[in-house]
Design a protein around this ligand. Structure first.
Ligand SMILES: *[C@@H]1O[C@H](CO)[C@@H](O)[C@H](O)[C@H]1NC(C)=O
Ligand SMILES: *[C@@H]1O[C@H](CO)[C@@H](O)[C@H](O)[C@H]1NC(C)=O
Ligand SMILES: *[C@@H]1O[C@H](CO)[C@@H](O)[C@H](O)[C@H]1NC(C)=O
Length: 182
């Protein structure tokens, strides 16, 4: 069962060259706590995703491998991959939003990777733009973006004309213009 991954790999590269992705995923990036639950949305533009079966895959950085997660049929029957915990990976359909949601509960470190939804449409394989999932034990503290302390306004040099114009916008240093005209 080596060839499907090679095939998918090649298709991913071809899909990357398309100008308008028809299938897209949100969010692009998730940082989730160990043992928590997360959701990845797959949406199809202009076509009815609810009338198609959807395959979900993940690229695992650790094992350097594509893993088949599950296939959800039009009637939303799931067929899971061999190593995939059926209880933790579920898909729900939201016809009104024309999207599918992959829900992963009891997140483990080995769930980390980049997740892709794919559909076969008009004998083409369409692939979502990917969702990178990172599992952490402690969420990074959401520090407020602290106000940058203004750089010292010492006229220590004239590295660029940009520096000079910035200075002129604010309180112009008496010698800034002079120093920078050289
Ligand atoms: C994929 O596309 C959606 C919609 O344009 C965007 O919100 C999301 O961030 C994109 N994901 C990546 C990984 O670029
Ligand atoms: C992640 O959580 C599980 C239980 O939910 C725990 O057994 C495991 O030690 C945790 N992993 C780490 C690296 O803390
Ligand atoms: C993992 O989460 C489940 C449900 O949220 C909870 O019942 C369980 O105690 C948690 N395990 C650990 C080790 O935190």
């Amino acid at each position: 069962m080596e060839w499907p991954w090679l095939f998918l790999y090649l298709v991913l590269h071809i899909a990357g060259c398309q100008k308008t992705p028809i299938l897209f995923q949100t969010p692009g990036r998730i940082i989730a706590l160990n043992n928590s639950t997360t959701e990845i949305f797959c949406t199809m533009k202009s076509e009815q995703l609810s009338q198609l079966g959807v395959y979900w895959y993940r690229w695992s950085q650790k094992s350097q491998d594509f893993q088949y997660i599950l296939y959800a049929t039009v009637l939303n029957k799931h067929t899971h991959g061999n190593d995939i915990d059926k209880g933790r990976f579920t898909v729900t359909k939201e016809s009104f939003r024309n999207s599918q949601t992959l829900r992963i509960s009891g997140l483990q470190h080995l769930d980390a990777g980049t997740y892709y939804c794919t559909v076969s449409y008009n004998s083409k394989l369409l692939i979502g733009n990917g969702t990178e999932l990172t599992i952490v034990d402690v969420l990074p503290t959401t520090t407020k973006p602290t106000e940058k302390t203004p750089p010292p306004k010492k006229p220590s040099g004239c590295r660029s004309s940009g520096t000079a114009s910035v200075k002129r916008k604010g309180r112009a240093l008496p010698f800034a213009g002079h120093l920078c005209k050289m």
